[in-house]
Design a binder for this molecule. Structure first.
Ligand code: ADP
Ligand code: MG
Length: 706
């Protein structure tokens, strides 16, 4: 085995996983901890001390001197505050890490956004160990730190992070599924949600990046005329990966493998300089943490290769943006409920779940849309390559027909094939690949999972996944309630009395009716056509599907009473927690737009205008010397454009001054529009001003890495 191939066998070397648990903990403690991790059982507090001791030894064997509670504050980044293991006892240095240090931390975290939940005078925030996401080692050039994934909440217990609601939503879904599966005669089992997050990103040579204040400060180019060659030839997609990029990818993967992250697929994406990394799917909470580490690794490793990794949703105008496809499914007792299955009984479970998801997405499309709303993603949703801002579901033609046969058994169209009787008939084989070809849908069924494609490349998966779990929990719960009622009415034995294979006809008839009614009401959200067609938004409007074109509009869903009631009912967020999030997201949006606006003004005034003026003066000089009529023409044109640039600048500054009020009123469109007008003028100038004077690296420089 060579050094290179050995990297793969180092998988999980820096994670306190199964092997480390067995090596560093007693048998009894190891067993208890594993039960907590695998089955989500509450942690036995009496083992905390021994676990802490074991973790410290393991971490020190790997060079760690410090530990940190690692958490996901509302900034969208990850947070850490390091403490050393070192303590003085009677003047002597010893290495210490107690059960208390492991279970709970109290970072002075008053500067994290809390949306009014925590005022500065009671600034205490607490971090609480999440044993379901294992501790790991973070290395830097001359040392290492033990990281303990934690949830972050206020003194009152209110959540201040992105992990807590996710964990609560998983509990909600678990509770609903237990109710439903009991009706199907299944014994109590563990609900497992899974996530595979495909991560798209751009790479740019660091030298170009340094010369672009817009990329440095905002992550996207605020100016830049299109390059003659962009992605028209589509020659980048799945193309040969150049050596420089491959060695970057190799280093990223090695880092991820060590952290137990199963990075699996790598390839060139459609836009030049755009790439994708996809891991194998994992348990949802872990996969969500892992995606944060994937983004960290991409950024850190890029530095070492003289590159910068751009995780912004739309770094370059005119070529594709970057998304993060969230592949989600849910298993019960180890069986994926979104897998059609092989007998009528499994099919019935599958169809119930399918209908529940359709119902959930239709009822709460506004929340799903809100969960992916951000200043960056506004440039992507609805743009040509991205899923539209209208949330709809793609199920594929075959499943669409199945659903129709359930809903309209008597329609003439289906007479030949007849009704599909739930729990009696089997489904036609549904090929996984055939269902996967529609790339224009924001929410697609892909054989045994749903792929939520609207999330932007920089988003933390937990937001969209929290919403998805919660809305599905509600739909499953509602269907279960209906089913229980119908069964009671039919005089069936108590649900607990059911055994697999002994379902009565009444059960299936009741289920069929419930699913029919659900489909009737919610099938409008199913759309199997081309989401990029101009006709679709019109058709969607006719169907009454919401279409929130920008972040403030989308976020309004968080202020909706019905949504607050939903989150409260399922114990995912209190009204105040939801409100605080609405406030935080709006503020973040306003700040981002303000930074972009200010940066655009700065670049236009101090870089672009001077360059254009020099060009103008040179043309003027030549005209004065030669009197050539060509020069006169060029002069007039330049004069007009410079004038327009100045005006555009003033208009943008003006809009920015009104931005805070505008966002508070749910509308920042003026600043956004002025920014893009200013850009248009500048991009026009970029195409006429002498290349040697243009102060910013151009698209053609930045986009072609090799
Ligand atoms: P594509 O590019 O066609 O969308 P990929 O193979 O790149 O597909 O990515 C699919 C992702 O879905 C991978 O991360 C894969 O592990 C994940 N996945 C597969 N099955 C499941 C499942 N049951 N639950 C969640 N994710 C899944
Ligand atoms: Mg995909």
């Amino acid at each position: 085995m060579t050094e290179e191939t050995k990297a793969a066998t180092d998988f999980g070397a820096d994670v306190f996983g199964e092997e480390a648990i067995r090596t560093y903990l007693s048998k009894d403690t190891a067993k208890k901890l594993q039960a907590t991790i695998r089955e989500g059982k509450p942690l036995d507090p009496s083992i905390a001390g021994e676990v802490a001791h074991g973790i410290r030894h393991w971490a020190m064997d790997r060079g760690a001197t410090h530990y940190t509670h690692w958490f996901l504050p509302m900034t969208g980044a990850t947070a850490e505050k390091h403490d050393s293991f070192l303590e003085l006892k009677d003047g002597e240095p010893i290495m210490q890490f107690s059960g208390k240090n492991l279970i709970m931390g109290e970072p002075d975290a008053s500067s994290f956004p809390s949306g009014g939940i925590r005022s500065t005078f009671e600034a205490r925030g607490y971090t609480a160990w999440d044993p379901t996401s294992p501790a790991f080692i973070k290395r830097h050039s001359n040392g290492a730190t033990l990281c303990i994934p934690t949830a972050f909440c206020a003194y009152t217990g209110e959540s201040l992070d992105k992990k807590t609601p996710l964990l609560r939503s998983m509990q909600a879904l678990d509770k609903s599924l237990k109710r439903l599966m009991k009706l199907f005669g299944r014994g109590e089992a563990h609900t497992g949600c899974t996530l595979g997050a495909e991560q798209e990103y751009f790479l740019i040579d660091k030298e170009f990046w340094k010369k672009r204040p817009d990329l440095v400060l905002t992550g996207r180019t605020l100016f830049g005329a299109p390059s003659a060659k962009g992605q028209q030839l589509e020659d980048h997609y799945f193309g040969t990966i150049p050596d420089r990029i491959l060695s970057f990818m190799n280093d990223v993967e090695r880092e991820l493998w060590k952290l137990g992250i199963p990075a699996k697929t790598r390839h060139n994406e459609v836009a030049p300089a755009q790439f994708e990394l996809a891991p194998q799917f994992e348990e949802l909470n872990l996969a969500s943490d892992h995606n944060m580490l994937v983004m960290d690794a991409l950024r850190n490793v890029a530095e070492k290769h003289g590159l910068k990794c751009l995780l912004h949703e739309k770094p370059y105008a005119g070529v594709n943006g970057s998304g993060k496809h969230n592949n989600w499914s849910v298993a019960y007792g180890g069986r994926n409920l979104l897998d059609p299955g092989s007998d009528p009984h499994e099919n019935a479970v599958f169809l119930t779940m399918l209908c529940a998801v359709i119902e959930a997405v239709d009822k709460h499309a506004d929340l799903l849309r809100a969960s992916v709303a951000s200043a960056g993603n506004d440039h992507r949703l609805g743009a040509n390559e991205a899923p539209p801002a209208v949330i709809s579901i793609y199920v594929g033609d075959q499943l669409a027909e199945v659903l129709e046969r359930i809903e309209n058994p008597k329609s003439a169209k289906h007479e030949a094939k007849g009704t599909l009787k739930i729990g009696v008939d089997t489904l036609p084989a549904i090929p996984k690949d055939a269902t996967d070809r529609n790339r224009t849908s924001p929410f697609a069924f892909t054989g045994n999972k749903f792929e939520f494609r609207a999330p932007g490349s920089s988003v933390c998966c937990s937001g969209p996944m929290t919403v998805l779990n919660t809305i599905v929990a509600e739909a499953v719960d509602r269907i279960s309630g209906e089913l229980e009622k119908a069964l009671a009415k039919a005089g069936c034995p108590k649900p607990a009395a059911y055994k697999p294979g002994e379902h009565t006809a009444a059960f299936h008839a009741a289920l069929q009716k419930i699913l029919q009614a659900s489909l009737k009401e919610h099938k409008r959200v199913v759309f199997n056509g081309n989401g990029y067609e101009a006709e679709w938004p019109k058709e969607a409007a006719k169907r009454g599907l919401p279409n929130a074109p920008d972040t403030p509009t989308a976020l309004a869903a968080l202020a909706d009473k019905k949504n607050a009631a939903l989150f409260e009912k399922y114990g995912v967020m209190t009204k105040r927690e939801l409100q605080s999030r609405h406030e935080i997201f709006l503020e973040e949006y306003a700040k981002k737009i303000r930074i972009e606006g200010a940066c655009a003004c700065d670049i236009a005034r101090t870089m672009i205008l001077p360059a254009v003026r020099s060009d103008y003066l040179e043309v003027l000089r030549t005209y004065n010397e030669t009197g050539e009529s060509d020069m006169k023409f060029a002069l007039n044109m330049l004069h007009e454009q410079v004038y327009a640039l100045g005006n555009g600048l003033v208009a943008l500054e003006d809009a920015i001054s009104r931005l805070s009020d505008a966002v508070a009123n749910g509308d920042a469109s003026e600043t956004v529009a002025r920014m893009s007008e200013l850009r248009k003028i500048s991009d026009g100038l970029e195409q006429v001003v002498s290349d040697s004077r243009w102060p910013l690296p151009k698209y053609r420089d930045m986009l072609f890495l090799y």
